[in-house]
Design a protein around this ligand. Structure first.
Ligand code: UDP
Length: 242
């Protein structure tokens, strides 16, 4: 199986959830900084006009196929991509491993109050998990040195950053070496879901590859952002013909 598939010039790893968890654990074992990104159609479309984001994605240690759109695109190009690896699900799998193996977690991002609620929910669900620090995702440039110091002092193995795309990828890329954390992941709206603030689609919709439809119906204000999906599909079709 090809390790990486290129969709509109962005490399996406062709792996299963279990393989993604294994790679993440290898990154932790190596004890040097690694970055995981979770690619969906919106992110790939953003990277078409944001070369900094494109470079970050193409140099990240792992880019998982987070959205049904990227899995479709890979298959459209003739690759046998096994499954979607949703960022939210990857985070849940890593929290479950962390509870068993003692990985230390730092949760950075989302609105004040939400990140603490997400921490409490994780501690209830994954008994024994060590969430060693939290910081909400609203800050100024002046706050950044203190945030970095707090994260470093907490000595996490995994930094979950929920600042939205592309802010989280750019922030992590810029600060990864200074933070010296084995594994950093941009996790978008995951803390909102963990806190119970936003609901994920029912499983049948996830399995039918229409989680995007649920998101659109439950958060209609996202319509402009979500127009990236049909534009992405048209661009992929045009790229194959061209
Ligand atoms: N967010 C943040 N700081 C910011 C902007 C956004 O912490 O400056 C948070 C926001 O509160 C939300 C998350 O980032 O929890 C973005 O969620 P979204 O569902 O938009 O994620 P995406 O679709 O970008 O992955």
């Amino acid at each position: 199986m090809t390790d990486k598939v290129t969709v509109l010039d962005i490399g996406i790893h062709n792996i299963t959830m279990t393989e993604a968890v294994n790679r993440a654990e290898n990154f932790i074992a190596k004890k040097v900084p690694h970055l995981i990104a979770t690619a969906n159609a919106e992110m790939v479309m953003m990277a078409q006009t944001d070369s900094e984001l494109a470079t970050i994605l193409n140099t990240a240690d792992l880019v998982v196929p987070d959205g049904a759109g990227v899995v479709w695109a890979a298959r459209h190009h003739g690759y046998t991509m096994p499954e979607r690896v949703a960022g939210y699900d990857l985070v849940q799998r890593l929290l479950a491993e962390a509870a068993v193996k003692g990985y230390r977690i730092y949760m950075f991002g989302s609105a004040p109050g939400i990140v603490e609620q997400a921490k409490q929910a994780a501690e209830q669900k994954y008994q024994g998990v060590q969430i060693v620090g939290t910081r909400n995702g609203y800050f100024t440039a002046q706050d950044e040195p203190a945030i970095i110091e707090h994260i470093k002092a907490s000595k996490p193995d995994i930094l979950l950053a929920a600042l939205g795309v592309p802010k989280q990828e750019k922030w992590l890329h810029k600060n990864l070496a200074a933070l010296n954390i084995p594994l950093a992941i941009g996790v978008g709206g995951s803390f909102d879901v963990m806190a119970g603030n936003v609901k994920r689609a029912p499983l049948w919709m996830q399995h039918a590859n229409i989680e995007w439809l649920y998101r659109l119906l439950s958060q209609p204000q996202r319509i402009i952002r979500m127009s990236a999906l049909p534009r992405f599909m048209l661009k992929v079709i045009a790229a194959k013909k061209g």
